[in-house]
Design a protein around this ligand. Structure first.
Ligand code: NAD
Length: 252
């Protein structure tokens, strides 16, 4: 297989279906010659990913809410594939009640969950992954500009994304000596399962489109291509960064 990721094995966490950003990343990296290993959240979601990925060996369950599940998943990855060259983390979750109206409606439990699932899980994956990552390797997570702006309804997810971006920088600092680069892609709004949990998501998508520089929304493929680049040795000078792939929405 040729391409700038030829010979690399990359773990992709977060494919729920063919609209998932993680799927766009996997497709783009496969095009560049990478072998892709997938984790899925649970049996229910396995049904969907099984339609996209036929090699059962490449499908591994991992519920990031559980350290045990993470440990088992990385154990299986090591036994089946040995060392890997990168991890794409495209995971987020908050209860619907947390994604609408005033931030004052947030509860202690409702606040903690998105920080745990959407931010801590990246650190947990890095901790579990470090034993099986090659030198060099690359970690990429997915974020959104709601981390730095008080966008309507994004609420606790915005706070979780701010934590995730900060965590990404600390990871980049501490994993650099091991040859592991760590970055985040701040993607433009896209219609996915996760987005449908946000109150008024239809207008979020519409506004986002109107704020692109050319009136055309960013695609899964464009985000995927950036992910492929960040995973590759072509990006060896980039670590600790948030790369916007949103067709300029963040400019306005
Ligand atoms: P998606 O629903 O396709 O993906 C979210 C994934 O998170 C799903 O695969 C789901 O199974 C997984 N997940 C949730 N809880 C989990 C758990 N406990 N254990 C394991 N996996 C769990 O939606 P998406 O939009 O592709 O989201 C991927 C990432 O991209 C998220 O971090 C999201 O915040 C980010 N992002 C999305 C947009 C957008 O507009 N869609 C924009 C910027 C960033």
């Amino acid at each position: 297989m040729s391409g700038f990721l030829a010979g690399k094995k990359i773990l992709v966490m977060g494919v729920a279906n063919n609209r998932s950003i993680a799927w766009g990343c996997a497709q783009a990296m496969e095009k560049q010659g990478a072998k892709i290993i997938y984790t899925y959240q649970n049996e229910r979601l396995k049904k969907f990913i099984s339609k996209l990925v036929t090699d059962e060996d490449c499908l591994i369950e991992c519920d990031v809410a559980s350290d045990e599940s993470i440990g088992q998943a990385f154990g299986l990855i090591q036994s089946r594939f040995g060392k890997i060259d990168g991890i794409v983390h495209a995971i987020a979750f908050a209860e619907k009640e947390e994604l609408g109206g005033s931030i004052l409606n947030s509860t202690r439990a409702g606040f903690s969950q998105p920080v745990d699932i959407s931010a801590y899980s990246f650190l947990a994956a890095a901790k579990a992954g470090i034993k099986i990552l090659n030198n060099p390797a690359s970690l990429v997570t997915l974020t959104y500009m709601g981390s730095e702006r008080a966008l309507p309804n994004y609420n606790t997810m915005g706070i979780a994304k701010a934590a995730l971006e900060s965590e990404m920088r600390y990871l980049a600092r501490d994993l650099g000596e091991k040859g592991v680069r760590v970055n985040a892609i701040s993607a433009g709004a896209m219609r996915t399962l996760a987005v449908s949990g946000i109150q008024g998501h239809a207008s979020l998508l519409k506004i986002s489109k109107s704020k692109t520089v050319d009136g055309v929304n960013v695609t899964q493929e464009e985000v995927g291509n950036t992910c492929a680049f960040l995973m590759s040795d072509l990006a060896s000078g980039i670590t600790g960064d948030v790369i916007f792939v949103d067709k300029g929405v963040h400019l306005r």
